[in-house]
Structure formats: C-alpha cells, structure tokens
Design a protein around this ligand. Structure first.
Ligand code: MF3
Ligand code: CO
Length: 278
C-alpha cells in the first residue's frame, strides 16, 4: 500500500500521549506473547493470548477486521515475510517467527513487530540469528536518524547504509512493503521507505508519528502473496525477519511509543537520547 497521496496528520502532545498509552499496552502484550513462544505452541494460541492481553488492558485490536483480516496479530514464519495469519501451525525449534501486533486506545493506534527464533539459542541457525539482529539494529539506526533527520527519506538512508555496511553475506531490504505514518488510523501518510531513494519524502516535523518496519531477507527481494490473500512469502523461500516500532516526533525530540523506555537503551550507543512527551 502507498499512503503518499494522503495528507499527513500532525498530532498534538495530548494525542501523542494517548498513542503512548496504546504503545505501552502493545509493548507489554507483545512481550508476554513472545514469552509464550516455544516449540509445540501454535500460532493461533499466540493470537488468542495476545487478544486476551489487549482486552484485559482495555485496548482493542487494529488488525482484527482490517480489510477482513481474521486475527489480532500477524505471525510470519521462516520464508513468510509479513501478514502471516495465525492458525494450527505448530512452531518448531529454529523457526524464525515474526509477531506483528497493534492496539487502539481511545481511537489512537500503535503498531510494532519483533522477530524471535523458536527454542533455545542453540536451536538457531547462526545465519538466521544474524538476519534478525541486523534487521533489529537497522530499525534502531532508522529511529536514531529521526532525531536529526530533515526528510523522511533520511530514515531509509540510515537503514540502507547500515545494512549495506555489514561484513559477510549481504542481506536484502524488501521494497514491496514499507513503513508508514500512524495516528487516528494504523496506516497513514507518509510512506517510510527502508532503503535509499532519490525521493526524499516530506520534511520530518514535530507532530509526526511513524511506524518504521524494515523487512530483511537472506535471498532475493521478490515476494509472492499466498492464496489466503494475506501471507507474503519470499519467492525463493529464503528466510526473512521483521522488526517494527511506532515513533513520535515532538518539539523536544523523539520518543519510541512502543518501547517501555522510549528506546533509551538501544539508542544510547547511537548517541541519541529519547525525550519523554512531557
Ligand atoms: N503491522 C502491519 C503492517 O504495518 C499491519 C498488518 S495489517 C493486518 O503492515 F491486517 F494484517 F493486520
Ligand atoms: Co506497520
């Protein structure tokens, strides 16, 4: 989807505060869902757990019913990149699982995804571990860039530069799916590309909230959508990873809405100190 044609929604601090409440509920629900991941668990069980956690916290799902999407999270396993539908699939040791979820509080949205490798650390293929780690760090590089970016396009530059600079076998950055603005809807303008482009995008300004979500692959960039009309897989069946956070830009700085510490720990080594919404 492309959101470039819509107007950007600039949020007030009070609106971003509600998004923050949504983001913290989401962060907690994702943490608990990820803690439940283990060999033998089905993706439908994870969805049911996540849905019950949102409900308990007083939030609703922005995924459920979105263009008739049937669940509250997306669970994408191995060659599945995004939008995998939870179901009877039983997770196995070494599976690369991305869990993508979202929440609505008082009409304000949050969206976040993480990748985990099922089982003990020793069950992970080192190449899969590297794939997820580089994807996560590329997201943090993109978030860090927001602290000083002039244009939204600077985010994609930072992600791309980091991924391209990695020694060893090169990883691909998907171009078929991009990040997005978020606020009173889950998917809003502007598009947030995860790669370097001559299109600089709009100026990054206070009041913008963006969901950054790099998707990296160990093989080629071509993707296919399965017959369920949702699940996106790599055409060559190479494994993919996906990390996502919703981030607010306000007058005094940036704050990661979907991380309990606003991103402080991960951003510190990058020389960025997130600033609370106040
Ligand atoms: N977080 C996902 C994204 O930004 C949204 C999934 S939409 C759903 O692509 F319908 F699959 F839930
Ligand atoms: Co998203």
């Amino acid at each position: 989807m492309a959101f470039g044609q819509q107007r950007i929604e600039y949020k007030t601090i009070d609106q971003m505060r509600i998004m923050h409440r949504s983001g913290l509920i989401l962060d907690d629900a994702l943490n608990q869902t990820i803690a439940a991941v283990s060999p033998g668990v089905t993706t439908a069980e994870l969805d049911a757990l996540f849905a019950s956690l949102l409900k308990k916290a007083g939030a609703t799902s922005n995924f459920l019913g979105y263009y008739d999407y049937p669940a509250s999270i997306c669970t994408s396993v191995n060659e599945e990149v995004v939008h995998g539908i939870p179901g009877p699939r039983v997770l196995e040791r070494g599976d690369v699982l991305s869990i993508d979820g979202g929440a609505i509080v008082e009409g304000w949205h949050s969206d976040s995804a993480r990748t985990v490798i099922v089982g003990a650390p020793s069950d992970a293929d080192p190449a899969d571990r590297r794939l997820s780690d580089i994807t996560e760090e590329s997201m943090w590089r993109g978030i860090a860039a927001m602290a000083s970016a002039k244009y939204v396009g600077d985010i994609g530059d930072a992600i791309d530069d980091y991924v391209s600079a990695q020694p060893g076998k090169s990883l691909g950055i998907l171009e078929d799916y991009v990040g997005h603005g978020i606020g009173s809807a889950m998917h809003m303008a502007p598009d947030v590309l995860n790669y370097r482009s001559k299109h600089r995008g709009p100026k990054l300004k206070p009041g913008m909230c963006l969901a950054l979500e790099p998707m990296l692959v160990r093989g080629g960039l071509a993707t296919i959508t399965l017959a369920d009309d949702w699940t996106v897989v790599t055409a060559d069946k190479a494994r993919a990873a996906h990390w996502e956070h919703s981030v607010a830009v306000h007058a005094k700085g940036i704050w990661v809405l979907t991380a309990a510490d606003g991103g402080a720990e991960q951003l510190a080594p990058l020389g960025v100190t997130p600033v609370p919404l106040g």
